[in-house]
Structures are given as structure tokens and as C-alpha cells.
Design a protein around this ligand. Structure first.
Ligand SMILES: Nc1ncnc2c1ncn2[C@@H]1O[C@H](COP(=O)(O)OP(=O)(O)OP(=O)(O)O)[C@@H](O)[C@H]1O
Length: 690
């Protein structure tokens, strides 16, 4: 933590007798930072304000404040089988339909709560109580048809624009080859308006990194445990994910277990950071499991859930008094953490299966609260009245006018996404393996097809080499394209839901990066092999070979991209892709001459990129030249055997490449059209996918 300068704040008393840290530079109540709990519970580490917060304070008027009210909210998603949910409260949706196995599961039942600005709210409850579901509902990520009840923003029924909501999930999806700083910078830059300069964004990034203790690892790669790539620790990943959301100061911040995997001091400091942020006017709700007592005391508001029902919803400081008034609840034993005790109490209630706590709350929540927490409730009401007087909240209509659809312009989104894709590619283990594989292919191909003599005896060898070059690289390009996109899909889904960028800039960045990066090594292989194998020795024909070869592989790449969006299941896509590609190659004209192909299958060859690619390369190699006679007996199975010297055109005509298909440029045009079709199809599917 950056130490707070001694003269930067004073300790005052507010009307509750709480210590309030107030910035000397600004008398606005916005800037009050309640540190009483922090000071009393963790004297050794009194939280200090870094310039990140000072910077935020200066702009705090620009943070639209949000008061979110959830009234009688229920969440009943459809589950695909009844068996798995027999224990649940289920209701058959339409038992006469084909989908008569579909049932609705009541995940959340009649939840009434609120998230207020200037407050840090905790959502607690045992595993499976519905905390993550509630986060998804508030973030607007579930099907609205599955949600009943009312959601109000600043008094009006409706939803907050997604740009004003920051969400940190339990499973952070971070790109492994980006550094800590690059990850936070990307989030900051794409989510801040164009009017904020790059220098200002960089300052914000530095400040939030300082605040969350990430400066010393700012140049470290994130890494990935899945691909066994060393990187930052789990706790550091969590802090990076938090920083990427915090850096743009969202009005509403939702965090799903942000402290899991952190040591208790780091967890305390993180929650304290959130508390400080809340004091600037942000509304923050935090799913938390079993925080230690000093962390628990940082929370203003507590929502306690048990199996989808409310057990307590009120000031965190009143929870103990309230629970102890309920018969059957054992009072907090000495030397026991309050959060531990609350969780033990809730779990014991769940095990009894009588739902005493939920029923008790349902009978008369407000009255029970007022009885046991009278003085605190009164003070709280007064505080809220003062807050609402001081800050005129924007209406929901005004809030919807504030953010643009996307903060960054189209070109900025495209540029940032392209840069991120390039960075993710650098040093990827996959790329290194691909480089080794290319080297192996060059060696292997040179061994079998070294400097082929230009004679009729080598016509078949030339044909087979051209086809081998396509099939060897084409298949791995399709498979590689699918595996890479499947990894990116979850991140795309999450970032799209946050309205960070549009589909078109993502698509263009992805397609252009793939069409260069993924094809680069295979193209090198083609270029080297052209000369080592002794293909047509002319620079013009060489350039035409490069164009045809590139376009065919690039078309294969686009087909892989299309398939990976069409089939969202990775395993199925990976199983289906190789035979599909192989099929397109088989009907490409080498194994079965196009002239001999059965009419029932021949039409498919018109949509095979391999057909146009192979035809273009073959025509380029043999068109308009005479192939000299071999000294030995001519032994070719295709072409006009016996004719010597042999006209090159007869080689491709003998496999059925004739008429307009015998034109190099026609085949190039068709490969281009096919690629565009795959790309437009991929884009359409991507837009429709969620
Ligand atoms: N779409 C869904 N269909 C069926 N059941 C669901 C669905 N979403 C959540 N559930 C169930 O609802 C319950 C609550 O899930 P949720 O993930 O919200 O709990 P949680 O309190 O966040 O749990 P944890 O602390 O373990 O993350 C779980 O039993 C879960 O299996």
C-alpha cells in the first residue's frame, strides 16, 4: 500500500461517533472514508489512500450513483432433466410437450434486498445458497424469462446499462501470454472514453496496481496452469481480475468471492480497498464465504442466504443481535469469529431441514430487525437521509443516456483487440511446436522430393507433392484454428456481456490475425519446398504459387473458424474437423480424378477449397509448357501417356480440370469466394451466439 502522507487527511467524528477520514483538499461528503473498523480491527495496517483514490475523489462527482433494489425476486431456470433435481422444489413446465423432462428449479425464492451507494454489501451463505446466481441476475447475465420479481434502479423499474456494472467472477479468465500491466491496461483503455488520454489511463493502471500490490509483478506473464505455463500465483491472478474491473470505477461493482485464494492480510487489504471505493459513491456487493472478523466488520450491509431464501437482510453490525433473538440459535461462543458462527448457524439450520431461519425472516423481517437493532436502524436511517439529500441520484433514463454503447471507438476497439491477439500469440508454446513441425516437414519433404528433374517421368511426383503440401498443412490449420478459438470463446462471451467491444471489431481482429499468424509458418514451408523440390523455375509462377497456396490455407483457416463457432462443443468440433477436412481433400481431385467422380458426390467438390487450391497449383505448374521426355521409359498413370514431349495442359485435363476450371485465376477467384463465405457465415453465427 502506498503510505498516506501525514498531512493529507484528518480524523473527524461524525454524528455516529465514528471516525471519519476526510481529505483536506475537498470538503464534499463524497470524500468521507470511514476507517473506524479498519483502525480498530487492524491497527497495524491502517488503510491509507493511494493517489488512485485521490485521483478518483477528484472525479467522484462524475461517478453516477446507483441504488439498486431487488423486490421479491425469484430465479427459476429450466433444467434439462428432472432426475437431477428431485430434491428440489420443481414444477413441470409442459408435461405434454416433447420436452416433458424439462422442469424449472427454484434457485432463488422471493429475495428482497438492496445495494446502496457509499455502502459495502456482503452476500453470504453456504455453498449452493444462490449467491452466484444472484450476481448473474444483477449483472443481467441470465435469461429474463427465468427471473420473476422487480428490479429497481434509483427508484425506477429497469436495468442498469451494462457498461456501468463491473463483475469479478470466481474463475477469472485471463489471457496467459499477456503481462499483468497489459491485462489491466487493455481493460482500462477499452472501457474508458476516448476523451481520456493514454497517459491518464496509464496513470490509472499504475495506481490501481500500486493499490492492489501488483507493481512488482507488472511485467510478469499471467501464465496458465492448464497448459502448464508458469505465471503469477492464484491470489495474484485474482487481484489482476479485480484491478481490471476497478480501474474504470464502475458505478456498481459485483465480486464473486474476490478473496478466495488470498492470504488473510491480502484479503483484508482487498476488502478495505473496496470499502474505500464504496466511500466514493460506488455501490459494491461482494459474495464472500467465511471472512475473518475484521473483514466482516468492514461490511455495511449483509444479505444472508440459505438454499435460495433470505435469512437476514440488514446492517451487518445487527446480524448477531438479530440471529441471537431466534429460538434454537446458539449464542455466539466466546473466541469464535462472527462469520464462522453465522455460517455454522445457517448450516445447522439447513441440516435440520425445517428452514426455521428462513421462515422466521419471512414472517416479519422489518419488525424483527427494528426490535433487535433499534439504535443502529435509527442512525442508519438518518445517515441515508443525509446521503440522499447530498446526492441527487440520476434517474434511470439519465443513466441510460450517460454511457455510449461502447466507450472506445470502433477503430480503437479494433486496434486494441488486434494488439491483444498478437501479444497472446507471442511465445505461445503452440507456435514453438508449430515452428518445429514446419522444420520437420521441410526436412521430410526435401528427403522425398529433392530437386525433381523436369521430365515426364516426374509428372506424377510433382502432382503428389502439390497435393501433399496442401493436405499436410491444411489439416493442422483447421484443427489449430478450432482449438485456439474454443479457448477464446469463454473470454469473448464474458467480455461481450460486459459490452466491452462489438462483435465486428473482435471478428476483424481475430480473422486478420489468424490469416497472418496461423498461415505464416505453413507459407514458409511452401516457399522453401518450392525451391528444394524444383517446382517450375520462374519467379512469376513462384509468386502465383505463393498466392494460390496462401489462399487455400487461409480458406482452410476460415473454415476451421466457421466450424468452431458452428459447433460450440470443443470435443465434438475436434472429432469432426479432421474427417471433414480430409473429405474436402479427397474430393479435391488428386485421389479420385474429377472426371471419374460419381455425380452424386461431384457437386460437393464445388464447395471444396481443396479442389480450387489443388487445381490452381496444378495449372500454375504445368500450364502452357512442354514437359521434356525422360531418358527412361515414361511411367505415369495420368496425363497423355506416351506423348513426348508432353503438353503440360494435358496433365491437368486428364484429371478432369478443364474448361473454366483450367484457368488459374478462376480457381483463385473461387477459393476467395469460398473463404468470404466462411468468414461471413462465421460472423453471422458469432453475432447470433451468446
Ligand atoms: N441454471 C441452473 N439450472 C439449475 N440449477 C442451477 C442453475 N444455476 C444454479 N443452479 C443451482 O442453484 C444452486 C445455487 O447455485 P449458485 O452457484 O448460485 O450457489 P452459490 O451460493 O454461489 O454456491 P458456491 O458458494 O458453491 O459458489 C446450486 O445448487 C446450483 O446447482
Amino acid at each position: 500500500m502506498t503510505p498516506r502522507p501525514e498531512n493529507s487527511g484528518t480524523i473527524n467524528n461524525n454524528n455516529n461517533g465514528k471516525e471519519i477520514m476526510k481529505d483536506n483538499n475537498d470538503n464534499n461528503n463524497n470524500n468521507l472514508v470511514d476507517v473506524s473498523n479498519a483502525a480498530t480491527t487492524n491497527k497495524g495496517s491502517l488503510h491509507t489512500k493511494s493517489s488512485f483514490f485521490l485521483l478518483n475523489e477528484k472525479n467522484s462527482q462524475s461517478i453516477p450513483q446507483v441504488h439498486l433494489e431487488l423486490e421479491n425476486l425469484s430465479y427459476t431456470p429450466i433444467t434439462s432433466t428432472a432426475n437431477a433435481n428431485q430434491q428440489r422444489n420443481t414444477a413441470c413446465l409442459n408435461c405434454c410437450s416433447k420436452k416433458d423432462q424439462q422442469h424449472r428449479t427454484t434457485v432463488l425464492d422471493n429475495i428482497t434486498t438492496e445495494i446502496r451507494p457509499f455502502e459495502l454489501t456482503a452476500w453470504m451463505g453456504p455453498s449452493g445458497s444462490g449467491k452466484t446466481s444472484l450476481t448473474s441476475i444483477v449483472a443481467g447475465l441470465v435469461d429474463p424469462n427465468d427471473v420473476q420479481g422487480t428490479l429497481k434502479v434509483n427508484g425506477s423499474v429497469g436495468r442498469l446499462p451494462k457498461q456501468m456494472v463491473g463483475v469479478v467472477w470466481q474463475d477469472d479468465l485471463l489471457l496467459s501470454n499477456l503481462t499483468v500491466e497489459e491485462t489491466i491496461y487493455f481493460a482500462a483503455r477499452i472501457k474508458t472514453p476516448a476523451t481520456t488520454s493514454d497517459a491518464q489511463v496509464k496513470t490509472l493502471v499504475q495506481e490501481i496496481m500500486a493499490e492492489l500490490g501488483l507493481v512488482h509483478i507488472q511485467d510478469n506473464l499471467i501464465g496458465s496452469a492448464l497448459s502448464n505455463m508458469p505465471g503469477i500465483s492464484g491470489g495474484e491472478r485474482k487481484r489482476v481480475a479485480v484491478a481490471a474491473e476497478l480501474v474504470v470505477r464502475p458505478s456498481l461493482l459485483l465480486l464473486d468471492e474476490p478473496s478466495s485464494g488470498l492470504d488473510s492480510t491480502t484479503a483484508f487489504n482487498l476488502i478495505l480497498t473496496l470499502k474505500t471505493l464504496a466511500s466514493l459513491g460506488h455501490s459494491i456487493a461482494c459474495v464472500i464465504h467465511q471472512p475473518r472478523t475484521d473483514i466482516f466488520k468492514l461490511f455495511d450491509h449483509l444479505l444472508l442466504l440459505s438454499k435460495g431464501r433470505v435469512i437476514y437482510n440488514g446492517q451487518a453490525s445487527c446480524a448477531r443481535q438479530y440471529l441471537e433473538t431466534i429460538p434454537d440459535v446458539v449464542a455466539l461462543p466466546p473466541e469464535t469469529g462472527i462469520a464462522d458462527w453465522i455460517m455454522d448457524t445457517v448450516i445447522a439450520d439447513e441440516q435440520r431441514q425445517e428452514r426455521l431461519l428462513a421462515d422466521h425472516w419471512a414472517r416479519n423481517p422489518q419488525k424483527s430487525l427494528e426490535q433487535c437493532c433499534e439504535s443502529d436502524s435509527k442512525n442508519n436511517k438518518e445517515e441515508r437521509t443525509t446521503t440522499s439529500k447530498d446526492h441527487r441520484m440520476s434517474t434511470l433514463n439519465e443513466l441510460h443516456q450517460t454511457p455510449r454503447k461502447y466507450e472506445a471507438s470502433f477503430w480503437k476497439q479494433l486496434s486494441l483487440l488486434s494488439q491483444r491477439t498478437m501479444k497472446q500469440r507471442r511465445g505461445e508454446r503452440l507456435t514453438r511446436v508449430a515452428a518445429l513441425l514446419t522444420f520437420a516437414y521441410v526436412f521430410f519433404t526435401s528427403f522425398f522430393w529433392w530437386r525433381m528433374p523436369d521430365s515426364t517421368a516426374w509428372v506424377y511426383a510433382r502432382n503428389s507433392l502439390l497435393f501433399f503440401m496442401l493436405i499436410a498443412q491444411g489439416n493442422s490449420i483447421v484443427v489449430g484454428s478450432i482449438s485456439v478459438f474454443q479457448r477464446e470463446r469463454a473470454l469473448l462471451r464474458r467480455e461481450r456481456a460486459k459490452k466491452m467491444y462489438g462483435v465486428l471489431p473482435f471478428f476483424l481482429a481475430k480473422a486478420s490475425s489468424d490469416m497472418t499468424n496461423n498461415i505464416l509458418l505453413p507459407l514458409c514451408y511452401g516457399i522453401i519446398t518450392y525451391w528444394t523440390a524444383g517446382l517450375r523455375p520462374s519467379f512469376v509462377y513462384f509468386l502465383k504459387f505463393v498466392l494460390g497456396y496462401y489462399l487455400t490455407l487461409s480458406c482452410a483457416q476460415s473454415m476451421g473458424f466457421f466450424v468452431s463457432i458452428l459447433i460450440p462443443n470443443t470435443q465434438i468440433a475436434m472429432i469432426l474437423a479432421p474427417p471433414m477436412t480430409l473429405f474436402f481433400f479427397i474430393i479435391g481431385g488428386f485421389y479420385i480424378p474429377l472426371s471419374d467422380m460419381h455425380a452424386g458426390i461431384k457437386w460437393v467438390s464445388y464447395v471444396s477449397f481443396a479442389r480450387y487450391g489443388y487445381s490452381a497449383l496444378l495449372v500454375n505448374e504445368f500450364e502452357g509448357r512442354m514437359i521434356p521426355c525422360a531418358d527412361e521409359e515414361v511411367a505415369i498413370s495420368i496425363g497423355a501417356a506416351g506423348q513426348c514431349p508432353m503438353p503440360g495442359d494435358s496433365v491437368y485435363e486428364s484429371v478432369g480440370i478443364d474448361g473454366v476450371f483450367a484457368s488459374y485465376w478462376f480457381n483463385i477467384f473461387m477459393a476467395f469466394i469460398l473463404q468470404m463465405t466462411f468468414l461471413v457465415g462465421a460472423y453471422g453465427l458469432l453475432r447470433r451466439s451468446k
